[in-house]
Design a protein around this ligand. Sequence first.
Ligand SMILES: O=C(O)[C@@H](O)C(=O)CO
Ligand SMILES: [Mg+2]
Length: 251
Amino acid sequence: MPRFAANLTKLFTEMPIENRFSAAAEAGFTGAEILFPYDIPAAKLARAAIAAGLEIVLINTPPPNWAGGPRGFAAIPGLEERFRHDFDRALRFARALRARHIHVMAGATQDPAARTTFVENLTWATERAPHASLTIEVINRTDMPGYYLSDFELAAGIIAEIGAPNLGLQFDTYHAQAITGDAMECWRKHAPIIRHVQIAGYPGRHEPAGGEIDYPAFFAALDASGYRGWVSAEYDPEHLTENGLGWLPRG
Ligand SMILES: O=C(O)[C@@H](O)C(=O)CO
Ligand SMILES: [Mg+2]
């Protein structure tokens, strides 16, 4: 079975962030991800993760805030300085948290120069942080209107063009199902460049059970493919987080 991480931005939100780590560990997760940790002292988060015995698997580059505003700047022409400043901030947090991956957010733009900007910024970032693992994620535009990176072929082409060993695809089954209608097939097609997986039920983005994606089959396919990365539960629990964890393979 893959290793499972809890996305603590979405799961266990019934309690303060510092308590979510131990709740996740008790529930059977061995890793955690936090989308935007920037409002909380990194030392406090690191302590909570260590105390719970959880590895921090992923953080995102900063948008201005979680409640609203742009989602990253990496593909936005004219905002290169802003991107680089934010990337360095993400690096500092990732180091303090010992986070395995940094998800570099593209931002919302339809500018014709977006692809060039994205490639240049990502190239800069891969060279700036050769020891960090960077990901880009394809996100559907119904949930995130105008988001630049909403096409798997585009993402695969950009990763191939940059050709950096520390850049790969973050594969979110929910977005894959929304965009392609067949998350499993999309996974098969892009498996060689995937270094992080996120899961949720589709439709609804609730628990990964029922719905259009056959999760027992997906986990078996991950195992069969030799995938050694994390699978992170990134969904909006329908009720209390703990009451909806029947999908999580344990032991
Ligand atoms: O799927 C998502 O929405 C996330 O992984 C994310 O990074 C949103 O900011
Ligand atoms: Mg995701």
